[in-house]
Ligand binder design. Sequence first.
Ligand code: AMP
Ligand code: GLY
Length: 424
Amino acid sequence: MKILLVGSGGREHALAWKIAQSPRVSRLVIAPGNPGMAQHGELVPDIKATDVAGIVNLAQSMSADLVVVGPEAALAEGLADQLARLNIPCFGPSAKAAQLETSKAFSKAFLARHDIPTARYGAYEDVAEAKAALAEYSAPYVIKADGLAAGKGVAISPDRQDAEAEIERMLGGRFGSAGSRVVIEEFMDGEEGSLFALSDGTRAVLFGGAQDHKRAFDGDTGPNTGGMGAYSPAPVFTPDFVKAANDLVVQPTIQKMAEEGAPYRGVLYAGLMATREGPKVVEFNARFGDPECQVLMMRLDGDIVPLLLACAKGDLSQAPVPNFKPGVVITVVMAAKGYPDSPLEGSIIRGADQDFGPHVQVFHAGTKRRDDGSLVAAGGRVLNVCAYGADITEARERAYEAVAKIDWPGGFYRTDIGWRAIGR
Ligand code: AMP
Ligand code: GLY
């Protein structure tokens, strides 16, 4: 079968690596892709992941049997809806269903309507009203811009003055149209993890958990990023916790979205806080996490394509149950110096494409191949060094051994990925 994969990050490189291993795939086309993905499929660098019309045309012209969408932006613009009209199966939700990620006001109202556990909240468009509402909460204050803000639209304010300043900034256009509404939330105390489920619109199967590292620097300091490293499984997700999360969050979400006329097809990413009262939803995403996807793909045993296709076609009932290898996979993100604010582009990377042995994979994200064949940085997060181990300690040693073999003076990485799991 012929598959079109959309995206160019480390998440999509990991998906391409896994999809390309499937004996069912006769052709894999990737738009726009990155240099690391060239070994797995045909790249179409001119069609960006946000170019809905271009992606739809490409899917039609190659007679794609399945379109797999990595990032959420095109989904929010209705990519899955347009493909559905052409009867092209799409792994990724409709624009309406993707609102679970793209509108925090939508997702919070949905959760409240169906008693799915999350933080108490209110949504406001008016600065004075939002400021007055702070009285109903206590410090630390959680203030969020509604809509897509590339994961950077959340402020945890230590005091009321700071919270008021955030409200002014967010409603004052700091995030463009994404900030025309703010959500104020109760602070949830606990450890956070990412739980994934695959859904065909009416059924959902769990697809593993992972823990990300959002801050740029060691010790969870520095600015928030898209994620500087991850590992799977996440020890904070005990079997009891996962059962509660499935019963109280995942299954009701899929069931109620279908009942409300917005069946959710694709991967549901539930950011969950493990609180003393049990799992609570921090956020949903309508896509795989990046870099969480990279560790899940390395742990997944067997062919991913039947699962993706079954979700896209709306019938998971005959698909194999996802099965993960025992052991642990960790990924260390190597980012360009200056990330996340102003990553330096163009620095030369040596050694990223060497053979690191059977336990290590290096996935590309923001890389570019120059005409002379050299590899250079072309984005914020640039490489994902992933390693498998029998336990977290072995996985981490292998990952950092591989990191040390990559010669890239223009990059940096955290040296403490996995500290929580090792601390246990
Ligand atoms: P979000 O984009 O909603 O995932 O928020 C970004 C990060 O802020 C989350 O990953 C959490 O670490 C933190 N966060 C968001 N909402 C809350 C909350 N209500 N209580 C505590 N932490 C939160
Ligand atoms: N790693 C967090 C995310 O993909 O949103």
